[in-house]
Design a protein around this ligand. Structure first.
Ligand code: FEO
Length: 173
């Protein structure tokens, strides 16, 4: 059985992951409209990954006998100055998510919930990748400084990204 404090915190995290999904779907729509279908694809996959994150927390809370309570998903931004600005926002957002995950881990440690710590470790590692991906793409976009051919190449590269279900879901059951 999970503590009420951790149950509440995981419910809040489910909402935060769904909000992240919504944010990246909005960035995908913006990039598609701005003429970058490949970058839009990258964000559309990010949208699916965030839904996976929400589902992992959802399943986990239920597996521990907790009660999932879904709250409203707040509105997200719809416009950015450029794809670079969208990735800068992505990095800033992922840094915030990292602090939310770290806070969940702190609660799990304080509650001496070792099972939750084990599940949360996957998210701790995932956040390293999330921040690294956004940082790499910011560097690439800064390198081309909006140059048409450079942007075309980055768009082509990100068009190749394919969705892969998050491992805790793929290995579940
Ligand atoms: Fe759910 Fe992008 O971390």
């Amino acid at each position: 059985m999970i503590s009420k404090r951790l149950e509440d915190a995981i419910n809040a995290q489910i909402n935060a992951e769904m909000w992240s999904a919504y944010l990246y779907l909005s960035m995908s729509a913006y990039c598609q409209d701005a003429g970058y279908p490949g970058i839009a694809n990258w964000f559309a996959i990010q949208f699916k990954e965030e839904q996976d994150h929400a589902t992992i927390f959802f399943n986990y809370l239920q597996s521990r006998g907790g009660r999932v309570v879904l709250k409203a998903i707040e509105a997200v931004e719809t416009e950015w100055a450029s794809p670079l600005a969208a990735f800068e926002h992505t990095l800033q957002h992922e840094q915030k998510v990292t602090s939310l995950i770290n806070n969940l881990m702190t609660i799990a440690i304080e509650e001496k919930d070792y099972a939750a710590q084990s599940r949360l470790q996957w998210f701790v590692d995932e956040q390293v990748e999330e921040e690294e991906n956004a940082t790499d793409l910011i560097q690439k976009l800064r390198m081309v400084e909006g140059n048409g051919y450079g942007m075309y190449q980055i768009d082509q590269e990100l068009a190749a990204r394919v969705y892969k279900q998050a491992s805790p879901l793929a290995t579940a059951e």
